[in-house]
Design a protein around this ligand. Structure first.
Ligand code: PAF
Length: 283
């Protein structure tokens, strides 16, 4: 039976007991407003550990001043029911004060160099510092053996891997495949901002990624692929932040040393910013 904790000290007692029993602890950090993609993260975590702790925390430090922090949907009750069904052992719901005891302005911050300045980092300054800051805190608070993150947030995953390795966090970082609607639309909490028409239009992102993959495998230069994807999406009403082909480690295509590639898109439909990606290998 899943227990809910708002207080870290009480959660720690529970985690210490599990550890004494020899159980491996898994963490699934979330911002709530959960959907099937999140429940799949819990199910994957359960394949790697014995007790899964899910955190729900809408993290103010990763939102820019004009972003959707205030309107980010908070659906605690429904999320708790879904998590219990998915097999989570504990739900952690820290307050902003508990997460940032010296206040958001006074908090110690993480900065992962390089990788945080490109792609989404270039369009959302400070975003990945906020993500790394809160994930490091959650790792310290919960001290999990493993933590699961969705591949849909591809750059975020690379930032977290870099941070965990560089700071020697004893946490295995596990990535979970992106769950898609039958239309191809990647599942995301932000999809619920979309009108019915926008939801239909949003499926163009996945189609564009598939075209980018096909063109890259066919040998079309990255710059041309990117230009064509951007033009196509703009014609369909998107405001495109980027449509790029990169190496698996997010280096520019021309600097890629192996055959692994990822096509990435971030684009606004109305006020809603959508991101998605597709990994593949060139021949
Ligand atoms: O991917 C998310 O939901 C968030 O960025 C995360 C990892 C929970 C940190 O707030």
């Amino acid at each position: 039976m899943m227990q809910t904790y708002r207080d870290l000290a009480t959660l720690r007692i529970c985690i210490d007991n599990w550890k004494q029993e020899g159980r491996r602890i898994g963490l699934v950090p979330t911002m709530g407003n959960l959907h099937a993609g999140h429940y799949a993260l819990v199910e994957l975590a359960l394949q790697h550990c014995d007790a899964v702790v899910v955190s729900i925390f809408v993290n103010p430090t990763q939102f820019g001043p004009n972003e959707d922090y205030a309107r980010y949907p908070r659906t605690e009750q429904r999320d708790a029911e879904g998590l219990a069904e998915a097999g989570a052992a504990a739900l952690f719901l820290p307050s902003v004060d508990a997460m940032y005891p010296f206040g958001v302005m006074g908090c110690v911050q993480m900065h992962v160099p390089g990788i945080t300045d490109i792609l989404c980092g270039a369009h959302r300054p400070g975003h990945f510092n906020g993500v790394a800051t809160v994930v490091a805190r959650l790792f310290n608070m919960i001290q999990p053996n493993c933590a699961v993150f969705g591949n849909k947030d591809y750059q975020q995953l690379q930032v977290i891997r870099y941070m965990a390795e560089e700071l020697s966090f004893p946490v295995d970082i596990i990535s979970a495949p992106t769950l898609r609607e039958t239309s191809g639309l990647a599942m995301s909490s932000r999809n619920q901002y979309l009108s019915e028409g926008e939801r239909e239009a949003a499926t163009a992102i996945y189609r564009a990624l598939c075209t980018m993959r096909a063109s890259c495998i066919a040998g079309t230069p990255a710059a041309q692929i990117e230009r064509e994807a951007e033009t196509e999406l703009q014609a369909l009403g998107f405001t495109v932040d980027y449509a790029e082909v990169r190496s698996a480690m997010l280096a520019k295509e021309s600097r890629a040393v192996d055959k692994k590639r990822v096509a990435l898109i971030a684009a606004f439909l109305g006020r809603t910013r959508l991101i998605d990606n597709l990994e593949f290998e060139i021949l």
